[in-house]
Ligand binder design. Structure first.
Ligand code: TYM
Length: 341
């Protein structure tokens, strides 16, 4: 048996993938592929928890898969697939629903936030973390690399796994760990550094840097970034300095420098205007090759389909036996099993 850790993570395909998704999650998935056994998933079923335009969802699901490849996810080292291609996810979610107390879901912060913003809340939105728990548990994942905002969902996954193991008196599910990066775990909005950069706000000009934005759009967003009336370019916990802190944090995450090195880089900067343009430049240069590769992949649909079909077959081979075993443990009759077991 390999002692390499198993890693699972996912991302929703719905539009507006932004720098927070990249720095908080995707970049870290790509960086550690060689050390781990990796499974990465475009979670299209999760996107259905809020209303979607069908054609757009289809396009964005493919585009997200292409973007992950463009960001360096290597199908030779990692399984990459679309969630709905592996039916074990929806099937196993039902089984997990039947061991998850309703109260656990009602207290999820993200559910409370998202449901407060909508007039009609779909059942799927409440059930979202159970679907996510299945994603992780059906692959025996030890590690789940995510941004700060998904930590509570991974903790719920641990609770569900422990409850299943206790109810059925066996160590069936691996108890996963959230892996939150030290840098980039919570990129804030450029227009308001007190809220996290988010897909749902990314249609608003100047809020986010979207992964497929043009250099002009990126420069525009950074130039308009909210800062303060001071001049000092340094990391700080002062809430008034949240804007400058966010810009420096993005620069640090992209360049891989320490706080002191970042501050030294800006020692001779001429005010915040200079800071904004220089952060924009490193972001534009980081995204340029990713965007070019994304275009190439989108222009070759057959190749993308081939990669995704291969990934789905690999994922199915892991998840379906796990869900079948869960069914047996829970007392369901497996088809063709003469003794009902
Ligand atoms: P999603 O699609 O909202 O986000 C994908 C990843 O990006 C991270 N992220 C951020 N990181 C830093 N700063 C930000 N402003 C920021 N915004 C988002 C998220 O933490 C996430 O890691 N429920 C998940 C998808 C999912 C999943 C899973 C993740 C489904 N099944 C299983 C892990 C394991 C979600 O909606 O992520």
């Amino acid at each position: 048996m390999s002692d390499r850790k198993r890693v699972f993570s996912g991302i929703q395909p719905t539009g507006n993938t932004h720098l927070g998704n990249y720095l908080g999650a995707v970049r870290n998935w790509a960086a550690r592929q060689a050390e781990k056994i990796n499974t990465f998933c475009v979670v299209d079923l999760h996107s259905l928890t809020v209303p979607q335009d069908p054609e757009q969802l289809r396009h964005e699901t493919r585009s997200m898969a292409a973007l992950l490849l463009a960001c360096g996810i290597d199908p030779a080292q990692s399984t990459l697939f679309i969630q709905s291609h592996v039916t074990a996810h929806a099937e196993g979610c039902w089984l997990l629903n039947c061991v998850t107390p309703l109260g656990w879901l009602q207290r999820m912060t993200q559910f409370k936030d998202k449901s407060a913003r909508q007039e009609s809340v779909l059942t799927g939105l409440l059930d979202y973390p159970v679907l996510m728990a299945g994603d992780i548990l059906f692959y025996d994942a030890d590690e789940v690399p995510v941004g700060e905002d998904q930590k509570q969902h991974v903790e719920l996954t641990r609770d569900i796994a422990q409850r299943f193991n206790a109810l059925y008196e066996q160590e069936f599910f691996v108890i996963p760990q959230p892996i939150i990066p030290e840098v980039g775990a919570r990129v804030m909005g450029l227009d308001d550094p007190t809220v996290k950069m988010s897909k749902s706000l990314a249609d608003k000009r100047g809020h986010a840097v979207r992964m497929l934005d043009t250099p002009d759009e990126i420069l525009y967003s950074f130039k308009r970034a909210v800062t303060d009336s001071g001049r000092e370019i340094a990391f700080s916990n002062d809430p008034d300095k949240a804007g400058v802190n966010n810009l420096l944090g993005i620069y640090r995450a992209i360049t891989g420098q320490s706080n002191a090195e970042v501050e030294a880089d800006f020692a001779n900067a001429r005010g915040y205007g200079d800071l904004k343009v220089r952060v924009a430049e490193v972001v534009i240069e980081t995204l340029r090759p990713i965007q070019a590769r994304h275009r190439e992949l989108m222009d070759d649909p057959a190749e993308l389909d081939r990669i995704l079909a291969h990934g789905a077959a690999q994922a199915r081979a892991v998840a379906q036996p796990k869900v079948d075993e869960m069914k047996r443990i829970m007392g369901l009759v497996l088809p063709g099993a003469a003794d009902g077991r």
